[in-house]
Design a protein around this ligand. Structure first.
Ligand SMILES: [Cu+2]
Length: 70
């Protein structure tokens, strides 16, 4: 399953790397794909991942989840 989050503040490859590293640590996350231009982070997992934990991980990387996109 995948969930896509809108994330504010990403501007370059360093941002992508930071977010990927932090969100990858969240329990159950199998893959993290960042679309820099669109400001979206797609999280893939086999079992549901608590969105609150993803929000915390993005925050830890220095960015903010502004919503869920579909
Ligand atoms: Cu950056």
């Amino acid at each position: 399953m995948t969930i896509t989050y809108d994330v504010a503040g990403m501007t370059c490859g360093h941002c992508v790397a930071s977010i990927t590293a932090e969100v990858s640590k969240v329990e159950g996350v199998q893959a993290v794909q960042v679309d820099l231009k669109a400001g979206r982070v797609t999280v893939t997992s086999e079992t549901p991942v608590d969105p609150g934990l993803v929000v915390v991980a993005v925050d830890a990387a220095g960015y903010a989840v502004t919503g869920l996109s579909s």
